[in-house]
Design a protein around this ligand. Structure first.
Ligand SMILES: O=P(O)(O)OC[C@@H](O)[C@@H](O)c1c[nH]c2ccccc12
Length: 269
């Protein structure tokens, strides 16, 4: 694991322990059960086949970029994304490194009909119940943060709660390792994400998706993540058969995020 990622994961484990002490698992489980049923994130992102689908991200800051957007109104941003062609939303909930908040998900879902992914570093089942209780429709599971057995356990739990899991990989080795678990325990619940961010240099290159693509048998469920900025990037990916993308920073940097999303989509939708 890279230094940055291991630091985040260590902090996350401590954070989960603290949260668990103030709110016991039984309470969170009950809240997850009482939550309104999830929206189908998987379907929103994969249908129709071969058509561009953008997951637009609500993100104030990141470790690599610092504060991306000072004037940050998560609900207004989500609404603009919805009105301008987003298929689904991703919302950062990590507070320490991304200045996110779990509560944003609920606030966004009250006013926007799209399914929402909880973007965080999930290392414990507690966080999956917590995501569902907060109204999330999907969760992120990063292969580089988890052992194989842990990944399987978390995938089973997510599926039980009817959450879509976006299984993210950075490296070739992780891709090979998780490959057989995507579609497990049930197809129709997992997406495979290739993150274009190099964890050692923290730079992005969409060429990374092209490289790893050779090992992906089903590109319908493939999401290219990070470093996507222009419609040319989108076209390059489409030519390689990749039609699902996750975009944050580029959109969040523009004064008008809705207009930026329309320009990014261009004629591709
Ligand atoms: O802002 P970008 O470069 O468009 O990237 C979005 C998304 O891929 C990125 O925020 C991300 C991908 N995987 C993550 C895991 C944790 C936090 C953030 C991320």
């Amino acid at each position: 694991m890279s230094d940055m990622l291991s630091q985040i994961v260590n902090d996350k484990r401590l954070e989960v322990e603290t949260t668990r002490r103030s709110r016991p698992l039984e309470d969170v489980k009950a809240a997850a059960q009482d939550a309104a049923p999830p929206r189908n994130f998987f379907a929103a992102v994969t249908r129709p086949k071969g058509k561009l689908r953008v997951i637009a991200e609500v993100k104030k800051a990141s470790p690599s970029a610092g504060v991306i957007r000072e004037d940050f109104d998560p609900v207004a941003i989500a609404r603009a994304y919805h009105e301008n062609g987003a298929a689904a939303l991703s919302c950062l909930t990590d507070e320490k490194y991304f200045q996110g908040k779990l509560e944003y998900i609920q606030q966004i879902k009250k006013v926007v009909p799209l399914p929402v992914l909880r973007k965080d570093f999930i290392v414990d089942p507690y966080q999956i119940y917590e995501a569902r209780a907060a109204g999330a429709d999907a969760i992120l599971l990063i292969a580089e943060c988890l052992g194989e057995a842990q990944m399987i356990d978390l995938l089973i739990l997510a599926t039980e709660l009817k959450l879509t899991a976006l299984v993210e990989v950075h490296d070739y080795e992780s891709l090979i390792q998780v490959q057989s678990h995507v579609g497990f325990p049930h197809p129709g619940y997992q997406l495979l994400g290739i993150n274009n961010r190099n964890l050692k240099t923290m730079t992005t290159d969409i060429g990374h998706t092209m490289e790893l693509l050779k090992e992906v048998p089903n590109t319908d469920i493939l999401v290219s993540e990070s470093g996507i900025r222009t419609n040319e990037d989108i076209q390059r990916l489409a030519e390689a058969g990749v039609h699902r993308v996750l975009v944050g920073e580029h959109l969040m940097r523009q004064p008008d995020v809705g207009e930026a999303l329309r320009e990014l989509i261009g004629e591709s939708a």
